[in-house]
Design a binder for this molecule. Sequence first.
Ligand SMILES: NC(=O)c1ccc[n+]([C@@H]2O[C@H](COP(=O)([O-])OP(=O)(O)OC[C@H]3O[C@@H](n4cnc5c(N)ncnc54)[C@H](O)[C@@H]3O)[C@@H](O)[C@H]2O)c1
Length: 249
Amino acid sequence: MSEGKLSGRVAIITGGGGGFGKGIAETFLKQGAKVIIADFVEDVGQKTASELKCEFVRADVTKKADWEKILKFADEKFGKIDTVVNNAGTTYRNKPTNDVTDEDFDKVFSVNVKSIYYSANVIVPYLQKKGNGGSFVTIASTAGLRPRGGLTWYNASKAAVINATKSMAVEYASEKIRFNNVCPVVGLNTGLSDLFLGKPENEAKFMATVPMGRGSTPADVGNACAFLASEESSFLTGIDIPVDGGRCV
Ligand SMILES: NC(=O)c1ccc[n+]([C@@H]2O[C@H](COP(=O)([O-])OP(=O)(O)OC[C@H]3O[C@@H](n4cnc5c(N)ncnc54)[C@H](O)[C@@H]3O)[C@@H](O)[C@H]2O)c1
C-alpha cells in the first residue's frame, strides 16, 4: 500500500511475532510502512511475517550481535531505517516482591532494559551517518508511570526505559532522532496479560480500575506507535503516551 501516514518508511518492530508487536506491524503496514519483524521465536515470527507480508529477522534483542544483524538486514534490503519500535518485553508472574528470584530480576532487566541500550547503541550511529533523523518508540507500560505492588521489578524496568527515552530525546534532538514511549495498560489477551494479572479472577477487579472499562488492544497500541513514527509527531520527543482508557489520571 503506498498511501498512509507511514508511506515509504522503514520500521523495525521487535517482538513482532505476536501480541502487541503483531498489532503494531499490522497497523504500520496498513499505513504504508515497510516492516521488519525481529523476534527470537523463529517459527512464530516467520509465520506472522508471511501472514502479514513483511520481512522477518530472527533476533534476540538482549544480544548486541543480533541488533547488528537487524541493522545489516534493513540496510541491505531497504537502504535506510526510519523507526525502531522496541516492543519485545517480558515479566514474571505477579507475586510478592520478596518472592522474586535473581533469575526473574535479571530476565526483566535484560529483555526490557538492556535491549533498549543495544537498540540505541547499534542504530543511532547508523541514523547519524545517514543524517535524516529517525524515531524510536519504546513500549513501556502504565506500570512505569503509576506502579502498583506485586510487579516491583517489572515496574522498575519500565520506569528505567521511560527515563532513558527522555535522556536520549534531549541528547539527540538536534539531529532529529526522536525517542518516545507508549505506555499501555494491561492488554486484552496478549501473551503477558495473564502474568500481569496473576490470577484469572483478578481480571474483572483490575478492569474496574480503568475508567473506560477495558484493557488495551494491539490496534490501540499500534495506532499510538504509528503516530509517533509519522511526520504528524515530528515536534514531539521525550513524551509518554498512556494507552490506558484513563487509568493513569
Ligand atoms: N500485555 C500487557 O498487558 C502489557 C501491558 C503493558 C505493556 N506491555 C508491554 O508490551 C510489550 C509486548 O507485550 P505482549 O503482551 O504483546 O507480549 P507477548 O508475549 O504477546 O509478545 C512478546 C513478543 O516478544 C518476543 N520476545 C520476547 N523476548 C524477546 C527477545 N529477547 N528477543 C526478541 N523477541 C523477544 C516474543 O517471542 C513475542 O513474540 C512488552 O514490552 C510488554 O512489557 C504489555
